[in-house]
Design a binder for this molecule. Structure first.
Ligand code: DON
Length: 307
């Protein structure tokens, strides 16, 4: 018998397809050229089954969806004490690219906003690692989450770096507070490279399923990061993953999640499933419009809200 999940996914995709509201991210010129009609959704279960419909094998850049995975790597590499001393876990209630530093300490409020994620990037790999080792660790780590070798999109990376003034300004603030202690350009360059890793919706579902499966990739069987790290990551995704829409998301969808400005969106339901969607038009928070609608449907149709 054919599984019914692909039919369900195709039906839900058809229902959200007519919504043409929002627009692809324009602040990275290369992303503004994305085909806005792309639409896909995939589920990966913790026992290793992957179901999908629509454009699930079209590559796009991971962008901010890299943030929870890089946070996991930093926690695994440096330990909780070192990472928490530099990056907090409080929702900012502000946009992803606001400065959002704790008054006094200058610690970024959480690892999901750019200030926190730039700092987290500086904390991957063992202490004393240089920029190239950090990028290698991020690529190796993200690849282990996906269960296949991932690469960066150099054109998107270069395009973003040409316009990275805001992230450079944030990084200079962090340097001023001694949260960053090295050349800010090298850190922003590495962070931007991290955001430029190419993934498909299928990859993202498997990456989310690895979080849902306590850090074990359900396809490769590899323990990518320790279980305690995953609990920390999912908690921060729940409270901060959708930026200034995190409260709406927590009440209406109720799944730990993370969005990216290329149009990807992931959700990880502990012990059950990883979900990913792709649609490039974004709302005013930088979250995919049709992705949010899809998750609302999945959550209500299948009772996925964690409460
Ligand atoms: O730092 C930036 O601006 C981007 N590379 C990533 C931002 C992003 O994906 C925000 N998410 N919705």
């Amino acid at each position: 018998m054919r599984p019914i999940i692909p039919d369900y996914l195709a039906e839900v995709l058809e229902q959200v397809e007519p919504d043409a509201s929002g627009a692809p991210a324009a602040y990275i010129p290369e992303l503004a050229e994305a085909d806005p009609e792309r639409l896909g959704a995939a589920f990966a279960t913790v026992d290793g089954r992957v179901h999908g419909a629509g454009d699930i094998d079209v590559p796009f850049t991971i962008q901010s969806i890299s943030k929870p995975f890089a946070y996991a790597l930093a926690l695994a590499d440096r330990g909780f004490g070192t990472v928490l001393a530099k990056v907090g876990v409080e929702p900012s209630g502000e946009a992803f690219n606001e400065i959002s530093l704790e008054s006094g300490t200058g610690r970024p409020l959480n690892p999901m906003i750019n200030a926190g994620a730039i700092t987290v990037h500086s904390l991957v790999a063992e202490a004393g690692s240089g920029p190239a080792e950090r990028v290698r660790r991020v690529l190796d780590g993200l690849s282990a989450f996906a269960g296949r070798r991932l690469e960066t999109d150099e054109k998107v990376c270069a395009s973003e770096l040409e316009h990275a003034h805001r992230n450079l300004a944030i990084a200079h603030m962090l340097r001023g507070h001694d949260i960053l202690t090295e050349d800010v350009r090298a850190v922003v360059d590495g962070y931007t490279r991290q955001c430029s890793v190419l993934v498909t919706t299928r990859d993202l579902a498997v990456m989310a399923a690895t979080l849902a499966n306590r850090g074990v990739n359900p396809l490769s069987g590899e323990q990518v990061v320790p279980e305690g790290v995953v609990r920390q990551v999912l908690s921060v995704m729940f409270s901060c993953g959708m930026y200034d829409a995190a409260g709406d998301w927590a009440t209406q969808v109720g799944i730990p999640a993370k969005s990216g400005v290329a149009g990807g969106l992931i959700g990880a339901l502990p012990g059950r499933i990883g979900i990913a969607t792709f649609s490039p038009r974004l709302d005013s928070h930088g979250n995919s419009v049709r992705g949010v609608s899809l998750f609302e449907r999945f959550s209500s149709d299948m009772g996925l809200h964690v409460m």
